[in-house]
Design a binder for this molecule. Structure first.
Ligand SMILES: Cc1ncc(COP(=O)(O)O)c(C=O)c1O
Length: 387
């Protein structure tokens, strides 16, 4: 028997109490019983988003909510701006192309964060743009973009800031109302600690104003105005059959997150990321990102090691699932997750597994160096409590 560890940036581990809650007997979704759970979940989602505006739950993966945002804001022929700093940023452009939307790309080198100057310049050259679409955390490069500053640019314009927070919601603080974020998207299989299949959206009043007058793109399933009508207080359901088990699971997850306390939750993610970075630095493995995310850490695999075989060996022989690189970074990097149901000892397992695998691949590694460096940082997590 080889014990399995799921340490990839999605899907992530699901807490036992959430699995148990989702395993309870199925209930019908058009009942007061389900609506009570739905209403409570919606209000907790608003707390996590720090918004008094609406939150929606959609039965799709995160990409579905990304497309829903584009389709409801933009009409074919409209202009939008998007930040392309990786695999997921690139997706905005692909969605726009499908719908005949004129998408202005801000190309960012993989591993770097977009600069405010680049966004400012795109906005001044394209004042008709309906929105700026950007990742809070670009998972393919494990990089955070400056969404607070981007939102400050669009706040007083007739232009929205739409954030893919699929690996950022529940990881970093992103107060929607304070920062003026207009749409914030998440997906269940990330820091929301659930199986895949549910997407969530926070939508500002300003965004609704634009959606209400936009003809949008042709879509039946992803008409957000129809969803708002059904998901609002008093109706407390979804337009179409909901991912009921995932919403019930989300109810449990959000209770866990709020019980931990949001400041604690963000501090935990920050220290886990710092620990992972310290571990890789100590092993001499260069970080992929110049603005590393708190959700996952990417590091270059030594050139003498076959990167694709390295990640496969970790998964299939050692039982530890991480993610490799995509596109140009394929076979060159490893991405380790620390978002959601993870704590300090998961980072220790990560560093220990990487060290053993490096050793197996003949790379000269002094065992314990990465784990030790991570531990030194991670010990801080317990420093507040006296022995
Ligand atoms: C930042 C980001 N955006 C979008 C996606 C796509 O989400 P999904 O796979 O749930 O459609 C992912 C998934 O890894 C992601 O990390």
């Amino acid at each position: 028997m080889i014990k399995q560890y799921l340490l990839s940036p999605g899907p992530t581990a699901v807490p036992e109490q959430v699995l148990l809650r989702m395993a309870s007997p199925m209930i019908h979704h058009r009942t007061p019983q389900f609506s009570a759970i739905f209403a409570e979940t919606r209000s907790m989602l608003q707390e996590i988003h720090k918004t008094t505006s609406d939150t929606l739950m959609l039965a799709c993966s995160g990409s579905g909510a990304m497309e829903a945002a584009v389709m409801n804001i933009c009409t074919p022929g409209d202009t939008m701006i998007y930040v392309n700093g990786g695999k997921f940023g690139e997706r905005w452009g692909k969605i726009a192309a499908k719908h005949g939307i004129h998408a202005v790309e801000i190309k960012v080198a993989w591993g770097d964060a977009v600069t405010i100057e680049a966004v400012q310049s795109a906005l001044s050259q394209n004042p008709e743009a309906k929105a700026v679409f950007v990742q809070a955390s670009e998972t393919s490069t494990t990089t955070e973009h400056p969404i607070k500053e981007i939102a400050a640019l669009t706040k007083d314009m007739h232009c929205l800031t739409v954030v893919d927070a699929i690996t950022a919601l529940g990881v970093i603080d992103m107060p929607m109302d304070d920062w003026g974020l207009d749409i914030v998207i998440s997906g269940s299989q990330k820091a929301l600690m659930l199986p895949p299949g549910l997407a969530t959206m926070g939508i500002s009043k300003k965004a609704w104003g634009i959606i209400e007058v936009s003809k949008g793109c042709n879509t039946f399933y992803f008409d957000l105005l129809t969803e708002r009508k059904n998901q609002q207080a008093g109706k407390d359901t979804t337009a179409w059959t909901p991912a009921a088990s995932l919403i019930i699971g989300l109810n449990e997850v959000l209770k866990m997150m709020l019980a931990e306390g949001l400041d604690e939750l963000y501090a935990r993610h920050a220290i886990l990321a710092e620990g992972a970075r310290a571990g890789f630095n100590a092993l001499g493995m260069k970080l992929v990102s110049s603005k590393p995310a708190s959700s996952a850490t990417g590091a270059f695999i030594p050139e003498s090691v076959d990167g694709a075989a390295f990640v496969t060996y970790l998964r299939d022989t050692m039982g530890v699932t991480f993610a490799g690189g995509q596109d140009d970074l394929k076979g060159k990097i490893i991405r380790v997750a620390h978002l959601g149901y993870y704590d300090v000892f998961d980072v220790c397992i990560t560093m220990s597994a990487v060290e053993i695998a490096l050793n197996r691949f003949g790379y000269p590694v002094q065992m314990g160096v990465g784990v030790g460096a991570a531990q030194t940082v991670l010990a801080e997590r317990f420093a507040k409590v006296a022995v």
